[in-house]
Each structure stands twice: as C-alpha cells, then as structure tokens.
Design a protein around this ligand. Structure first.
Ligand SMILES: [Zn+2]
Length: 251
C-alpha cells in the first residue's frame, strides 16, 4: 500500500484538475454517522429511512414532525471539518480542485474553506429548507427556530405548503443542473478521487465511469471494498483523516 501513496501523489502533482467525489466516510471523523454502513443509522433502525421517503413525508404529518426533530438534533450543527476536509480545501487553495462532488448534506467542505462554487451537493443541503409547494428556500436555522418556538411542522410562510430540508429524499429526483455540473466535473478532470463513498448509489457511482471515459485516473479511497475497485487505477483503504493529508503532502 505504501508504494501506492507516492504513485497517487505523483498523479495529483501532475494533474491540472482534480475532482473529488465524497461520501459519508468523509464526515464520520466529524461525528456525522454513516447511513448505509455496518454501523449505519438505517442499518440499525430501518424505520428511520421512512423519514427520507418523499411519499411518506408528504402523506404523514407524524413523519414530518419526527423529521423536523431529527433535523434539529442533527450532528451537523455542531460538527467541525476534519483533516480530510482540510486536505480537500488545501487542494482547492493550490488551484488543483475542479470540484468536489459530494453526497453529504452537512456543508463541511465549505466550512473547511472550499469555495462554495466548487462544491456540488448532489444530494442537496441540510442548511436550507425548501417549500414543496412554491419552491421557496429559507435558511434551515430560520425553520428550526420556528420548531423551537413550538411549530412541530412549520409550513411555508408564503403559500402554507409543506417544507422539507433541501435534501434529496428517496422518491425525489435529483436537480438536473446540479447533476449536469457533477457530470462535467467528472468528465473534465485528470484525476477523480472517490473518497469515503461506497459507490453503490447512483449517480455518484456512474461518475467514476464518466471520469475514466474522459481519460481521467480513478483513485478509490474507502475503508470497505467498492464495486469500482477492480477498474480503479489505485485503491487505498487507510482512514481518510490520515491518508488524504499524506497524499497531499507527497504531491
Ligand atoms: Zn411555499
């Protein structure tokens, strides 16, 4: 494994543009639990997944009340970026980062200093609430303040529609413009670094194929095996919090 670090670092050093594809493993060191992993929230409590299904959310006020409580208590509000986020931000400061395409909704890449325009949140963001009726967005803090003030399921202040976090639920389509940006970032980079993602959820997984079709190297950094390991140019399994800084220091 150790001879892979200088080799991958060499690819990064020679690259003009690097795209990072990040998943839950990027934020576990920040105290944000994984959903699908062995210790995942949904693995341990499948009923929690019901909250994230759009149909249940719209149909059942009790699901919405539970979802608002879960948002209020989400670890993202107190989480700090970790060493892996800092390494991605360092890549950005060096002018190498084309984009970070993230499955995470926690906003920690931006908190670590990656320019907001280079963070592509394919699963949306917890930091805003969106009205399912009129599409109006408000800061999540504003919606949560209403929850704290006693509104268990605060409706949109303009149209009284149902509000939800601006995240992609099961049964909800991705935002086409966001998806387009992710595709362009994957297809147009020299190295795609898939970090902390099991690569089992679309469209994140297919971005690996797109990157390789575009001529990029594919580097998979994940604790568990992924379906893309066999076609990756390098696979490293060390914890991201030590691995990413090492790769950057060597590059
Ligand atoms: Zn509305």
């Amino acid at each position: 494994m150790d001879d892979l670090v200088p080799r991958v670092a060499g690819w990064l050093a020679a690259a003009r543009s690097v795209t990072v594809l990040s998943g839950a493993g990027m934020s576990t060191d920040s105290g944000i639990p994984d959903f699908r992993g062995p210790q995942g929230v949904w693995t341990k409590d499948p009923s929690a997944q019901a909250m994230f299904t759009l149909q249940n959310y719209v149909a059942d006020p009790a699901v919405r009340v539970r979802a608002w409580r879960s948002r209020r208590d989400h670890p993202a509000w107190v989480a700090r970026p970790n060493a892996a986020h800092a390494a991605v931000a360092a890549l950005d400061r060096r002018g190498l980062l084309r984009a970070v395409v993230t499955q995470n909704i926690d906003g920690l890449h931006q908190a670590a200093g990656v320019a907001a325009e280079r963070v592509i949140e394919i699963h949306g963001t917890l930091r805003e609430a969106e009205c399912l009726g009129c599409g109006r967005r408000v800061p999540m803090a504003e919606a949560l303040a209403r929850v704290d003030a006693g509104e268990a399921d605060p409706p949109c202040l303009v149209c009284r529609g149902i509000q939800k976090s601006a995240t992609i639920s099961f049964g909800q389509a991705l935002v086409p413009a966001v998806l387009d940006a992710a595709v362009a970032a994957a297809h147009g980079c020299d190295v795609l670094v898939a970090a902390g993602t099991s690569l089992q959820v679309q469209p994140a997984a297919s971005l690996c194929d797109l990157a390789q079709t575009g001529g990029a190297r594919l580097v998979v950094l994940n604790a568990e095996p992924t379906p893309y390991d066999h076609q990756a140019d390098a696979v490293l399994r060390e914890p991201l919090g030590t691995l990413l800084p090492r790769l950057l220091a060597a590059a």
